[in-house]
Write a protein that binds this ligand. Structure first.
Ligand code: IMP
Length: 431
């Protein structure tokens, strides 16, 4: 049986939620393996809009197991709130349909406070533009061996010792930032109050998943953010604090790399980015505004306006290689409808030299000027197309050129937020 990883191949917001939901029809288990509630996945099912942040997109489908893996950082209060919201929309969530890995690190209120305090204190040029959800500080505590994990909630003495260890680090840090010390007893009381509500979903997820795999279940790994926000391979330091590329799927749930059979990269037909950092093909003109307006480019999590630009094939070729992407799903092609001419960035000009990849050094990234290729646009609507025959010739030409330039085939084309407005070329789950 095939197991599929879905990852973003740009700066996030590529439309992963819809595709994960679409693929989850054929999966038995859906796992999140990194990130946290900084993610925002929008699903539109029969006209109902579901906005998910921490929950795997599979929860809206009945009869599936959704797993929050150890690679995630989890805000337990946020999670319980999200469960309530989704339940009110008629979705059943029980310990049979949702599992949280026992070794998942928790995001606590002081992580969010630290994240926001740092961003406020940052001068121009050093601000990351984070979602303010405490993601970075929680991952720092994980590698600093002082984070509180789900399993720690089960025993009062362990929990208290873990809190003390975390506060030993955080209180002096807060003092330096001019923020009040954390009230230890109040925090412990809050954690004890929430503990049973979280623990009912806790399990050794690695064990369950490996057993499920042996039993022939199909597993779908749901990535969040996009490769250019990866802590190692993204536009550092303007990145998120986790590995978001496909290799993380195995580590982030406790399976071997051999468990991954197919990597599907989600790629928007143009480029967007939220937050600070380099973006070579960014547009500051009417074309950029048009992409933003037609594409409804506002963040699901923070509501921030997304920066928009032409498709950058050099970047996507790079991220396809880094994530080992077997095929892409190209999304939001319809947003390009009506442009007379379209541009694709094929390489960069760095100080007079042509580069076919984005260099690592931040100052070089900032100096990279896009080299464009121009393609003819189309006037017809591609929205809702469900077969190649529904697409104008110029749109097909655009898609074929994208495939050539990124050196990766299109497996799926998504032509609207609706689940069934999708053209299937290759089924990632095919055995
Ligand atoms: P953080 O993940 O909140 O620390 O934010 C770090 C960077 O990642 C910022 O530029 C955010 O805008 C960006 N980011 C985090 N999550 C997402 C996402 O789901 N979509 C798009 N950008 C994101």
């Amino acid at each position: 049986m095939a197991n599929v990883v879905v990852v973003g191949a740009q700066w996030g917001d590529e439309g992963k939620g819809k595709i994960v939901d679409w693929l989850s029809e054929r999966a038995d288990v859906i796992c999140r393996f990194q990130g946290g509630h900084n993610a925002g996945h929008t699903l539109v099912i029969d006209g109902t809009v579901y906005k998910l942040h921490a929950l795997p997109s599979g929860v809206v489908r009945g009869g599936k197991l959704s797993v929050i893996g150890n690679g995630v950082v989890l805000d337990p209060w946020h999670l319980l709130g999200e469960i309530e919201t989704i339940r009110k929309q008629g979705v059943e969530i029980t310990p049979e349909t949702l599992m949280i890995a026992e070794n998942t690190p928790l995001i606590l209120p002081f992580h969010g406070e630290l994240d926001r305090a740092r961003e406020e204190a940052a001068s121009t040029g050093t601000k990351i533009g984070t979602t303010g959800r405490g993601i970075g500080p929680a991952y720092e505590d994980k590698v600093g061996r002082r984070v509180i994990r789900v399993a720690d909630l089960a025993d009062d003495a362990t929990l208290e010792a873990r809190v003390d260890r975390a506060l030993q680090h955080h209180n002096p840090l807060r003092k330096g930032l001019g923020v009040d010390e954390i009230d230890r007893d109040a925090l412990i009381a809050q954690l004890k109050e929430i503990a049973p509500k979280i623990l009912e979903y806790a399990a050794p997820a690695w064990k369950v998943l490996n057993e499920k795999r042996k039993a022939g279940n199909r597993i779908l790994f749901e990535g969040a953010q996009g490769a250019l926000l990866d802590i190692d391979f993204g536009t550092y330091p303007f990145v998120t604090s986790s590995n978001v590329i496909a290799g993380q799927a195995a580590t982030g749930v406790g399976m071997g790399p051999g468990a991954i059979d197919y990597v599907l990269g989600i790629v928007k037909a143009y480029t967007t980015r939220v937050g600070e950092g380099p973006f070579p093909s960014e547009l500051f003109d009417a074309d950029g505004d048009r992409l933003g307006t037609r594409g409804h480019e506002f963040g699901t999590t923070t509501g921030r306006k997304r920066r928009c630009g032409w498709f950058d094939a050099a970047l996507v070729r790079q991220t396809c290689a880094i994530s080992g992407i077997n095929g892409i799903c190209l999304t939001k092609l319809d947003v390009l409808d009506g442009f007379e001419t379209l541009k694709i960035c094929v390489a960069y000009d760095l100080d007079g030299k042509r580069l076919d990849y984005l260099p690592t050094a931040a100052d070089e990234q900032a100096r990279c000027k896009p080299i464009y290729e121009e393609l003819e646009g189309w006037s017809e609507s591609t929205e809702g197309a469900r077969s190649w025959a529904d697409l104008p010739a110029a749109a097909i030409k655009y898609v074929r050129r994208v495939e050539e330039l990124i050196e990766c085939p299109v497996a799926l084309l998504s032509t609207s937020p609706e689940r069934d407005d999708t053209i299937l070329v290759t089924d990632p789950f095919a055995d």
